[in-house]
Design a protein around this ligand. Sequence first.
Ligand code: UDP
Length: 479
Amino acid sequence: MVKQTLVLYPSPPIGHLISMVELGKLILKYHPSLSITVLVTASPYSPGTTAPYIDRVSKTISSIHFHYLPTISLPLDPSKPRHHETILFDILRLNNPLVQQALETISQTSSIKALIIDAFCSAALEVAGNLNIPALYFFTSGISDLALFLYCPSLHETTTKSFKDIDAYLDIPGVPPLLASDMPQPLMDRSEEIYEIILGFTSDMGKSQGIIVNSFESLEPRALKALTEGLCVPHAPTPPIYCIGPLIADGDGSAGNKNHECLSWLDSQPNGTVVLLSFGSMGLFSQDQLKEMAIGLEKSEQRFLWVVRSPATDDKTKHFMAKPEPDLPSILPEGFLDRTKDRGLVVKSWAPQVEVLSKPAIGGFVTHCGWNSVLEAVRAGVPMVAWPLYAEQRINRVFLVEEMKVALPMVEAEDGFVNSSEVEKRVRELMETNEGKRVREQTRRMSEAAKAALSESGSSPRALSKLAELWKVYDTEDM
Ligand code: UDP
């Protein structure tokens, strides 16, 4: 019998790769006879960060194989700074012949049932078409984000202005009113290349054979309803949507360090008292902002676990590049580490976030609103303070605060700076006030809902079995 394979094609950032691999693991749980091949593209920003994770999965799950695509390096011209997303899209477009080659090689020994692509990898639809392989999207953000992205081509038609020039709320089916200034940065200016590219993939997704979403129905019911009623893709049938989440890496995604010092430190702290501050794989702050955060955190008098990276460089072309380990005494206010040592721990660069969030000591999470971090917090029942930094995180803040009600907002000044009194105020609000209590209770309800969604008869396995019908259709033909 020919081996049946699904090929997964994530975009390079670690959060995207991990959730794609987790999708593979979930599929294998219900369909153990399949095999999975993951196409890996080297990250242009932080090469190598995914290697320990890939290594761990390869060693433990024999049905998941990783196929490394040869590295494409683009010459970067510092005099012409480009959006980091544009660079990523360029690489993923240039990957196409390599993806085609990989699929041809795989199909010599297996029957490829489907190609599952990250939304950023939309260019590969052409390859799937060439080879007659069914292609589906895996959308690594929430259902509300999906509603918004699928509605982008319609929004584009309603105005000739760029979002950056619109001082008003946008009316998008299934989501709360959003300020145009909250739209993802790469969509702000319609004269830019990146706007065109994103508009292109949102339109491709709307015409696809299906979209798998890493979320669950009861977390975002309004957006799901708008999608299934066809309101977000008004002029064509909406593709089937499969909400199979929350998918969460079982353990530290990158470093695999279950013995990290912060875990035993957390075990020695009282339940529900520690605020985690962690900002994803690419969240960087200026030196001034780091100092201001430290002052606010100290004034809040709360216990904390803070993951600190080296400050961001002013060079925008290198903004997302991996940084050296921070020298904490030189970047934090003088004496801060000493004054807070009895109630705070600062960890350099990276902490095993999933394990951290599952510790009973954790009572709150100041997050950059990356979707994986959000799901990890929701599953653990940890309420958040939403401090968005990049990508679609500003819209996530609106969804988390106004729709899901699992977070309080961190409010920045017009230039994006957050002062120490705001940090102090929000952290205290989360940990000490009735408003914080309401958010905590709602997050706990959502944590229960997440467990129910994943249970045997829950909405997520049901969505997965519907999805599997797509490739089962072809099963008998290969016997
Ligand atoms: N993460 C971690 N330790 C850190 C920072 C991040 O384990 O110190 C993990 C986090 O648990 C999440 C992923 O990295 O699974 C980041 O994904 P997310 O979608 O939150 O943000 P992104 O990095 O894509 O902006």
